[in-house]
Design a protein around this ligand. Structure first.
Ligand code: ZN
Ligand code: ZN
Length: 644
């Protein structure tokens, strides 16, 4: 008998040779149908492989990341089978899973694939999937494997075999197709119910441009047609929501060749959003005890030598300019400037924590190939702050920063987020990480504790911390499921020392403060790019560049419309009158396109009664009210920063 420990801690006994799939069946047939792979003693295995004598076992389904990637990798094999049956003689390189789907690189000789070929391949894959062929694993000696692929004439697989040793070589076969692969794979092809081949591209063998160009076919598969349909709809929606497209249509931002690549020009509408975000930040930070500062965009070389940005970060900075024989750099980060403000006056423990905030402008050199809309730019405005605190204050300060992130997520309707806590590797202390073993453990433990207590979902990533302390990256997902890395929250116990920052402790001895770097709203560039896609350009009232459009039914009502616009202005509501000589239907359509939250339609009846007919963006008529009533409602909506 073998002993299997399940995730709930229970231990069950099974006869020798039992597979994970059979364990699944012993629990329920329904579960067994969903099993794609298994985690056996921490390793992902085929669900059809006999289990070892003692194992902890987790059955993996579509809901598990590893389940999905096994599904997609197995789909790559299925695609290869279809390719081989349609284009005999094809040779295969590798076919890994991706975050969404899979690809396979192949050598098709002189044949170029086109869209029609993809359709044929999809059809063939569907046929093969329906045969529900098992993926069978076979251990094979190196000699036999070499003989097999020599016979097949596949020099790419022979190249892979060159790096493998006897005892670690396996072949997998499904239907009529056999591949050299370490696995694991799903039990059989039948669970692949929906298939879409998405793209054909060229890819140099081993990524080296001196090598032959192979054909890379991308695809994605799902366990149901419904999920594929939803995925395709999401892609469609993502295209419509592209922040570069919306940014242009809504007059948010532009770029100009003469200004330079990656340098964003914020248009009046974008600037309104920027100001609203800054108001939110200022309000929130003031309430949380921050102090605002303003610092220059440049600094002398000597400061960046102290901070260590030079020479280590030099490639990400703009080249220096020389003035009176001294080199100056555009700042890539605000921290050193803030440290100088800390150092400008003598500090005691009574001044701590000191929280310095600035929407700081930074310049970073991103390669032109890396530039992308608002997401990767060369000039950025950061919702930055540095908190200088004592060790005793650290946990509370860190908790308050986290609470601020959560407050913002709520305002912006961000329901899905994960924090990645990057930790140090003790083996690399003194090289990759500053040599402070105790401080590392202490701060990491405090950060972990805060994350657990705040019930924030988080994952721990070993060996990815910053040089100077543990780091928390915040990943968020927009409404349509697009992932963004928004901001980092970092603990720093190196910079304080580099800058010789000190405060007088309770016992009158000088101490070095701990520093928290935080930027919950990230940069204006990335955050507004995110918001454009998140809201599909339909900003909530408080953020909308134009909040209300007054639409007179004809010129006769223009003076009344203008009097309304005046009243809106007096109440700090951003309103405009559509004074064009157009039909009301067109005025409404155009305003909808500009995604203005409220339209006030005014004609004879409204004018005589001192009222407005209200239309809400995307919702149509919502009734008639007096202008005072409308202003009171809208003001409340704005002040509460309501989502709608
Ligand atoms: Zn494989
Ligand atoms: Zn910083």
């Amino acid at each position: 008998m073998i002993k299997i420990t399940l995730p709930d801690g229970s231990v069950k006994e099974y006869p020798e040779g039992t597979t994970a799939l059979e364990v699944g069946k012993s629990i329920s047939e329904g579960l067994a149908r969903k099993v794609l792979a298994a985690e056996v003693n921490g390793q992902v295995w085929d669900a059809t492989r006999p289990l070892p004598a003692a194992a902890t076992l987790k059955l993996l389904t579509w809901n598990d990341t590893e389940g999905k990637s096994t599904f997609w990798h197995s789909s790559a094999h299925l695609m290869a089978e279809a390719v081989e049956s349609l284009f005999p003689g094809v040779k295969f390189w590798v076919g890994p899973p991706l975050d969404n789907g899979f690809y396979y690189d192949m050598d098709l000789g002189d044949r170029k694939l086109n869209e029609e070929d993809l359709a044929l391949l999809e059809k063939k894959m569907n046929e093969l999937a329906k045969q529900n062929n098992s993926y069978t694993r076979k251990e094979i000696s190196k000699n036999d494997a070499v003989a097999y692929f020599t016979e097949k004439g596949d020099e790419y697989k022979l190249d892979l075999l060159g790096n493998l040793k006897d005892g670690e070589i396996t072949l997998y076969t499904q239907g009529g197709f056999t591949d050299l692969c370490r696995g694991p794979h799903i039990p059989a092809t039948g669970v692949i119910k929906a298939i879409k081949l998405t793209n054909i591209a060229g890819a140099y063998w081993k990524g080296n441009e001196k090598n032959k160009m192979l054909t890379r076919v991308y695809g994605i598969t799902f366990p149901s047609q419904k999920e594929l349909d939803e995925y395709l709809l999401m892609l469609e929606e993502a295209k419509k929501r592209d922040h570069r497209k919306l940014g242009k249509e809504l007059g948010i931002f532009t770029m100009d060749d003469d200004v330079g690549p990656g340098l964003v020009l914020w248009m009046p509408n974008g600037t309104i959003i920027i100001e609203e975000l800054e108001n939110l930040a200022k309000e929130t930070e003031l309430a949380a005890g921050y102090k605002r500062v303003v610092t220059p965009h440049i600094a002398k070389e000597s400061m960046y030598l102290t901070s260590g940005h030079l020479p280590y970060y030099k490639e990400s900075m703009f080249p220096p300019m020389e003035l009176d024989g001294v080199k100056y750099y555009l700042k890539a980060m605000n921290c050193p400037h803030h440290h100088k403000i800390f150092a400008a006056e003598p500090r005691s423990y009574k001044d701590m924590p000191l929280r310095l905030a600035e929407y700081g402008t930074c310049y970073r050199y991103e390669q032109s190939g890396e530039l992308f809309g608002l997401m990767r730019v060369r000039c950025l405005h950061m919702n930055d702050a540095h908190i200088y605190c004592t060790r005793e204050q650290f946990a509370n300060e860190f908790r308050a920063v986290n609470d601020m992130y959560l407050k913002y997520f709520k305002i912006f309707g961000i329901d899905k987020y994960v924090m990645r806590l990057s930790l140090h590797d003790p083996a690399k202390l003194g090289q990759k990480y500053i040599n402070e073993p105790e401080l590392w453990l202490e701060t990491e433990a405090m950060v972990r504790q805060v994350l657990i207590e705040s019930k924030i979902p988080f994952v721990e990533v070993p060996d990815e911390a910053a040089f100077y302390g543990p780091k928390i990256d915040v990943q968020i997902w927009s409404i349509i499921g697009r992932e963004f890395t928004l901001a980092t929250n970092q603990v720093d116990f190196a910079q304080g020392r580099r800058f010789k920052l000190e405060f007088t402790g309770k016992d009158n001895a000088p101490e070095t403060p701990l520093i928290i770097h935080r930027a919950p709203l990230g940069t204006h560039e990335r955050f507004i790019g995110f918001l454009l896609e998140h809201y599909a350009g339909k900003f909530p009232l408080w953020l909308a560049p134009v909040q209300v459009k007054v639409l007179p039914i004809s010129d006769k009502f223009l003076p009344y419309a203008q009097s309304i616009s005046e009243k809106l202005k007096k109440s700090d509501i951003r309103g405009e009158v559509d004074d064009r000589n157009e039909k009301i239907g067109k005025k409404i359509r155009d305003t909808e396109l500009m995604k203005v939250p409220y339209m006030l339609v005014v004609g004879e009846k409204e004018m005589n009664e001192g009222k407005v007919a209200i239309r809400r963006q995307g919702k149509g008529d919502t009734g008639v009210k007096s202008i005072e009533e409308f202003i009171a409602d809208a003001t409340a909506e704005i002040e509460e920063r309501r989502a709608e």
